[in-house]
Design a protein around this ligand. Structure first.
Ligand code: SF4
Ligand code: SF4
Ligand code: SF4
Length: 195
């Protein structure tokens, strides 16, 4: 059996700084903290961090609510006060630092402002901008794009579209679409994601 690693919370925090979404950042912090040794000496840290992980995951997966945000806040407040060591206090401190109410509320409403939580975004093709070049079709490794490349003297095309059930949201198609006809929309409401 492999031994659990000794975790330095400041190192995790530094690694997490490159993550754009505050919710994902917080989940990374808690996940990494829990992947290390957990002494379990104080209740708010040992139980609270597990509960925070579940609630952060719910928000990222589009199943979260304002209650999750309040409970994450409560957990972090309690951990900050009651943790007996610096590790627990640091996790709480960074969770509170990243608990941007607006961003967390957006997740509870089904939207990720950083456009990185895959469960909350969809890729769509804007037909009026699509030049039917077929580049996206070639780029998609998951056969999620259907459509016919334009040919001279032919009519009655099958327009390009993304089959949502096959799309893994890798973003490869957006990178190759020169006319910027592929956009990100909120998965739940179908509206373009605001940057
Ligand atoms: S705060 Fe420190 S001492 Fe308390 S459970 Fe967490 S890691 Fe252990
Ligand atoms: S790459 Fe863009 S323009 Fe070309 S077919 Fe795909 S969506 Fe249309
Ligand atoms: S995001 Fe990835 S899987 Fe989805 S349609 Fe584009 S290339 Fe295919």
């Amino acid at each position: 059996m492999s031994a659990k690693k000794v975790v330095k919370v400041d190192d995790i925090k530094n690694d997490a700084e490159g993550i754009k979404c505050q919710v994902e950042k917080s989940l990374y912090l808690v996940n990494e903290f829990l992947s290390g040794l957990m002494c379990g000496k104080c209740f708010p840290c040992s139980m609270g961090s597990y509960e925070a992980r579940i609630r952060l995951r719910s928000l990222m997966e589009g199943n979260g609510s304002s209650d999750d945000i309040q409970q994450i806040q409560r957990i972090a407040d309690e951990m900050l006060i009651s943790s007996m060591c610096k590790k627990g206090k640091d996790v709480a401190k960074y969770m509170l630092e990243w608990l941007d109410t607006e961003v967390f509320s957006s997740h509870a409403a089904g939207s990720c402002p950083a456009q990185t939580c895959k469960a909350l975004i969809s890729y769509r093709i804007e037909i009026d901008k699509c030049t039917m070049c077929g580049d996206c079709l070639k780029a998609c490794k998951y056969a999620a794009i259907h459509g016919e490349k334009i040919q001279p003297f032919k009519s009655g095309y099958h327009p390009f579209e993304i089959k949502q059930l096959k799309c893994v949201k890798c973003g490869d198609c957006i990178k190759v679409c020169k006319p910027e006809a592929i956009i990100l929309v909120d998965a739940n409401v179908g509206e373009p994601v605001e940057v």
